[in-house]
Ligand binder design. Structure first.
Ligand code: BGC
Length: 449
């Protein structure tokens, strides 16, 4: 295949709670994920797994960075644990926490790897949750302050930030019970969380720009993505409409990509918004809309999508459809169309901030970890991404999820998403076949695909 555009960047991602461990070291405060996991007896997390130790990256980050370098990784997206930096969320700063992230950034830079920071990947300081968390508007200022503190410390070293990871899942922690805080509240509260997340993004955006206006600030979103059954203009149109439809009885509005992005970028809800969202919208102070900031790029986390026919109906998957280890469908076409659809709606540059699959990886008799399914998955998705880019979608880079096997939230350690295997008994890292394959993809800027 022809190479990806010049300047396209390749990297990998992870998140603080999923890999750092050191949950109560060096002054770190507790987070809602610490609390969620520590409520055991199989209540929330498979096997009662916790992120207490995880990959121990807090102590082993130099080894991890060396492995990244060895595999040609150009950019590393990681998140900052808010309670490591500000233990209670809005009070005193924990110097040791900030120092850890500065050390990590320095190590990356020394190895020629660009640090890309996510400010919030779900590990909210427990003290803020006690005050209502993302339902309390006080969090907007607290998040802005946190963003400003991090940006000041890393000024001149970090160029790219993402304020939030997957607002869809943050809101899901309030509407559902599978992720922290797991409150299972009704739709109007979920809409309120989204609105506050938009204002918090905006506050953080301004705080980071105030420190350094040249910084690039986005957010990483997820949600349902569609692709057409047939590649006809009619079917493309139907898939586009279905992707942003908030009234579908098959796909809840609360997990669409646009429930968050429309507020920020279009400053309104889509006209398909259901009654519960419209009812919440009536309570919004009009001045809130003026506080909404843009994004310099949209980060998209893409794992799978749904096929839609020319009539705009979801197409049932055939029996025996390809699935990953965690039973997610393998639908590479989603890459091609999601970047086109997102570009058509918002017109902004994009980065694929996550993409990958979990496999039942294990160490084979030869001492290596062979993961042909992952290589096949990434290869297929990247070929489809290239089609979207060739049709004009401005995608600047691609980050594989994940550099290491890590704590996969309520599924614990059973799911392995890494291109580097982690033996959780010893902390040993073993690069999988996919790591060598990905190194080659990066070296050839995708030409070898
Ligand atoms: C999240 C990651 C997670 C991955 C795989 C995304 O929803 O941002 O934290 O590990 O998907 O489930």
């Amino acid at each position: 295949m022809s190479a990806f555009p010049e300047g396209f960047f390749w990297g990998a991602a992870c998140a603080s709670y999923q890999c750092e461990g050191a949950w109560n070291e060096d002054g770190k405060g507790p987070s809602i994920w610490d609390d969620f996991c520590h409520e055991m007896n199989g209540k929330h997390v498979k096997n009662d797994d916790t992120g207490d130790v995880a990959c121990d990256s807090y102590h082993r980050y130099k080894e991890d960075v060396a492995l990244m370098k060895q595999h040609n990784i150009q950019a590393y997206r990681f998140s900052i644990s808010w309670p490591r930096v500000i233990p209670d969320g809005d009070g005193e700063v924990n110097e040791k926490g900030l120092q850890f992230y500065e050390n990590l950034v320095d190590e990356l830079l020394a190895n020629g790897i660009e640090p890309m920071i996510t400010l919030y990947h779900w590990d909210l300081p427990s003290a803020l949750q006690d005050k209502g968390g993302w339902l309390n508007r006080d969090i907007i200022a607290a998040f802005g302050r946190f963003a400003g503190i991090v940006a000041s410390r890393l000024k001149g070293k970090v160029k790219r930030y993402m304020t939030l990871n997957e607002p869809q899942c943050v809101a899901g922690g309030y509407g559902g019970t599978h992720g922290a805080p797991g409150l299972g509240l009704g739709g109007e509260k979920v809409a309120q969380v989204y609105h506050i997340l938009c204002l918090a993004h905006s506050e953080a955006y301004r705080a980071i720009k105030a420190v350094d206006p040249t910084t690039i600030v986005g957010a990483a979103i997820c949600g349902f993505f569609t692709y057409p059954e047939k590649d006809t203009p009619e079917n493309r149109e139907a898939a586009y409409k279905a992707n942003f439809d908030l009234s579908s009885d098959q796909k809840p509005w609360s997990f669409t990509p646009n429930i968050f992005l429309d507020s920020l970028l279009l400053k309104k809800y889509d006209e398909s918004a259901p009654a519960v969202v419209r009812k919440f919208a009536e309570t919004i102070d009009p001045s809130d809309w003026e506080k909404m900031e843009t994004l310099d790029f949209i980060g998209i986390n893409v794992y799978n999508g749904d096929m839609v026919n020319e009539k705009g109906e979801y197409v049932k998957r055939y029996p025996g459809f390809p699935l990953t280890a965690c039973k997610w469908p393998v639908t590479p076409e989603v890459m091609h169309y999601c970047v086109l659809n997102m570009h058509r709606r918002y017109g902004l540059p994009m980065v694929i901030t996550e993409n990958g699959q979990s496999c039942n990886d294990r160490v084979h008799m030869d001492g290596k970890v062979h993961d042909p399914e992952r290589i096949d998955f990434l290869n297929r998705y990247l070929l489809e991404l290239k089609k979207g880019i060739d049709e004009g979608a401005p995608v600047q880079g691609y980050l594989q999820w994940s550099i290491l096997d890590n704590f996969e939230w309520s599924r614990g350690y059973d799911e392995r998403f890494g291109i580097i295997y982690v033996d959780y008994r010893t902390g040993e890292r073993i690069p999988k076949d996919s790591a060598a394959w990905y190194a080659k993809v990066i070296e050839t800027n995708g030409e070898c695909l």
